[in-house]
Design a protein around this ligand. Structure first.
Ligand code: ADP
Ligand code: ZN
Length: 761
């Protein structure tokens, strides 16, 4: 008899470079004991290896399933990634699996391949990557209490099986029968159920008799589609012509040009072929708006949204629906890129330039890059959209790796791009942050009953507090950062934005005893206060992380603005991203210059994107918009390009600079970060790492270890070592050799991690 080993991934040596997606028939000689199956399980551990367990009843269909295994005296959840008939360990030392979860479909093979790819590229452990792909509720061993609490507060309806079962509930179960009849008649909101009904519903949910329906999907009226503009028509035609296979498109469309309409048209095609669509957005706040547009367009399709703000149970259910192929459209933030989608037909990454696509902790992946790999691997198209593409993407398009498509005009016939004016703050000196030109413009809008937005990317009252006598600035005792002055109902507070430390401002300067302590500079709170003094009748709304933190707060504020209950918004970048405010005609920008002098070479790219975004909020519909930027450098090329709405001009100049300086995208980088209580410990580790790297002689550049831009956070010193190579391939080869050496280095008290393609320094 020929035994077959089903291998998804070559495991014996666990060679990282091989990813096999095939069944390998193995001849009888290599098989040892007949009928003994060994399950190779990936566990959430920093070790890049698999663990063997006995699994007498496992078969090929179980590959990709979650399993519960004994580990020491604990029970862990892992993923069964392969079966074998022998183990490197003695058979008698292997323990049996506790359970295989056959209640839900296994992770599809392509997702395991993606996990392997991602863990190779970012040099992260395979099991840890797989665990990250699962919703948190499925990473833990099931405790009934937890699943109970997590049931979402939605409406439920019967599934096809449920319908059949509900009709068969015997009359003698009076309560159940009544509930079944209610559900046969209509979907029922969770909130309307009694405690005993809820208990029954939980049970039915476990048996898949019922399914949740999200509130938005409760049958909104089908909207009428607008006729496409000529530009949109051309873009949609190009997308359709490229067919149903891998192609990467970069859609560069100015704000308000109707990119979303283009997405919707293409999505319609893909859905009608019976495929699933994955749509990524950078911000949780953006999901409701886009969800609404998609559900209005496709009311008969099942849409789920996935982001980290969902209750554990909601996320689990949504994810399982995607896995089971029931969801047609999955809309979510970066973590959604790992959603299992058996019928995947298209990936869209909206606002692809946004930094939020880069995960800044744990495995520091870029969801945009993963999207492109995933699309290539699956042979489906991927569409990246932005008004200000990332320079990396722009270069890819210019060099022909992505197809470049453009929308240069706003979609509404009457809507024109806003006029950008630069206010020279050296001549028009701002008082408490506001120039007289800006104040006059605000007054005009108030008079005309139009809305304004004052954009300042600093929350709190003032970025710092200083002593007017000796100039002492209050800093965090645990971080290398100034404390930010905040105002609350209890009075003023000094807050560290890095470690969360909160202190009461002292009465006197600790250096010189002076009592005259003053706020220095402006934050959103102080601008709000100044505006309230200047315009006592104006209705002012502050929108920043402090006011929008509560779940639902942001949506409520948006509604207020839409209902014209607000005259002036004061906001940080969270207002800038993709929200439509039809009555907004003025945007004032304060404090943008800071980014021009930042040591981070990406700061100007970010500033340009942010200002284009925020400028794009003005004059979306019939009202022409105006953008006033207060700056000391009105002649700066960045502002000049902005004034012309000239992204390509900005991008070409920025790319030339990057090329001259040998910066990404003309070089590939990885950053080895180390932090420790003692600066010497972190430095010592990095110096040893550098030695080891130099010894490999691979032609990459290893810079000297330096302090991070935030050199100390919560009393831990942060140092870093930059590695750079002319090509990605070369960098990867080097990292592959270097990492095992790093793991062998003594690193007492040092926490280190590797960041491939770092975005912050
Ligand atoms: P973007 O995402 O490019 O900033 P949107 O897709 O949000 O732009 O579109 C901006 C506005 O133009 C929206 O109000 C949208 O409904 C409208 N719009 C888009 N396409 C058309 C069209 N072909 N005809 C009329 N209005 C359109
Ligand atoms: Zn601090």
């Amino acid at each position: 008899m020929v035994h077959r080993i089903f291998l998804l991934i070559t495991l014996s040596s666990f060679d990282k470079s091989d990813v096999l997606n095939t069944e390998l028939p193995v001849s009888a000689e290599s098989a040892t004991t007949a009928n003994v199956m060994i399950a190779r399980v990936a566990l959430d551990m920093p070790l890049d290896r698999l663990f063997d367990y006995l699994a007498l009843d496992a078969d090929a269909d179980d590959i990709g399933r979650r399993v519960e295994v004994p580990f020491g005296n604990r029970r862990l959840i892992g993923v069964l990634v392969a079966l074998a008939d022998h183990s490197g360990l003695p058979m008698e030392s292997l323990k049996p699996l506790h359970a295989i979860d056959r209640g839900s479909p296994p992770l599809p093979a392509d997702l395991l391949v993606l996990a392997r790819f991602v863990c190779d590229y970012y040099h992260h452990a395979f099991g840890a990557v797989l665990a990250m792909m699962l919703p948190p509720a499925l990473r833990r061993t099931a405790t009934p209490a937890r699943t109970r609490k997590a049931l979402p507060m939605l409406a439920y309806r019967l599934t096809a099986i449920g319908r059949a079962e509900a009709e068969r509930v015997p009359v003698r179960f009076t309560a159940r029968k009544r509930l079944a009849e209610r559900m046969l008649a209509a979907e029922i909101p969770w909130a309307s159920c009694s405690a005993s009904d809820k208990a029954v519903l939980r049970d039915w949910l476990e048996h898949a008799w019922i399914e949740p329906i999200s509130q938005v999907s409760q049958m909104p009226p089908q909207e009428t589609m607008p006729a496409l503009t000529d530009e949109q028509e051309t873009v949609v035609a190009a997308l359709r012509a490229a067919g149903n296979r891998f192609n990467a498109f970069l859609l560069h469309g100015v704000t308000g040009s109707g990119k979303t309409e283009v997405y919707l048209r293409w999505v319609a095609d893909v859905l009608s072929r019976g495929q699933q669509v994955l749509v990524l957005v950078p911000e949780i706040h953006l999901t409701p708006q886009l969800t609404e547009r998609f559900t209005r367009r496709f009311p008969e399709r099942r849409l789920i949204s996935l982001h980290s703000n969902l209750a554990a149970g909601e996320r689990r259910i949504a994810w399982l629906e995607a896995l089971a192929g029931q969801a047609d459209i999955v809309l979510g933030t970066r973590l959604a890129i790992f959603t299992p989608l058996p019928r995947l037909g298209l990936i869209i990454v909206d606002e692809e330039h946004d930094n939020a696509y880069k995960q800044m902790e744990g495995m520091r992946y870029s969801a945009r890059d993963v999207a492109v790999w995933r699309a290539r691997e699956r042979g489906v198209p991927v569409l990246l959209g932005s008004a200000t593409p990332a320079l990396e993407s722009w270069r890819n398009a210019k060099e022909g790796r992505y197809h470049l498509l453009g929308l240069s005009k706003r979609a509404h016939a009457e809507a024109v791009l806003p006029k950008v004016r630069l206010i020279d703050s050296r001549t028009d000196r701002p008082k408490l942050g506001l120039t007289s030109v800006l104040l006059t413009a605000l007054a005009e809008r108030l008079q005309r009953g139009e809305q304004s937005l004052v954009f300042i990317n600093r929350r709190g009252y003032a970025p710092s507090m200083l002593c007017n006598g000796c100039g002492h600035v209050f800093s965090c005792s645990r971080c290398s950062a100034h404390l930010v002055l905040h105002r609350s109902r209890q009075g003023y507070r000094l807050v560290c934005h890095h470690c969360g430390l909160i202190a009461r401002p002292p009465e006197a300067c600790p250096e010189c005893g002076n009592l005259d302590l003053r706020p220095a500079g402006q934050g959103t709170q102080r601008i709000e206060e100044t505006l309230a003094e200047q315009f006592p009748t104006a209705r002012i709304l502050r929108i920043d992380r402090d006011t929008a933190a509560r779940k639902g707060a942001f949506a409520a504020m948006r509604e207020q603005v839409e209902a014209r209950e607000v005259d002036i918004m004061v906001g940080t970048q969270i207002v800038a991203k993709g929200h439509d405010f039809p009555h907004l005609t003025l945007v004032g920008v304060i404090g943008a210059d800071q980014a021009l002098v930042s040591p981070d070479f990406r700061a100007s790219e970010r500033l340009f994107a942010q200002l284009m975004q925020v400028a794009g909020r003005a004059g979306r519909a019939q009202h022409p918009g105006e953008v006033l930027i207060q700056t000391q450098y009105p002649r700066h090329p960045l502002y000049q390009a902005l004034q012309r709405h000239d992204y390509p001009g900005f991008a070409e100049a920025a790319l030339r600079e990057r090329r001259g300086a040998d910066f990404p995208p003309y070089a590939s980088q990885a950053l080895l970060r180390a932090e420790a209580r003692e600066e010497e410990a972190a430095l010592g580790f990095l110096l040893a790492a550098r030695e080891a790297g130099l010894a490999l002689q691979t032609g990459v550049v290893l810079f000297d270890p330096v302090a991070a831009l935030m050199a100390r956070v919560a009393n831990r010193y942060r140092m870093q070592l930059l590695v750079q190579a002319s090509a990605r391939q070369r960098l990867q080869q080097f990292l592959g050799h270097w990492l095992p050496q790093l793991e062998a280095l003594p690193a007492r008290g040092v926490k280190w991690s590797l960041d491939v393609d770092p975005m912050d320094y």
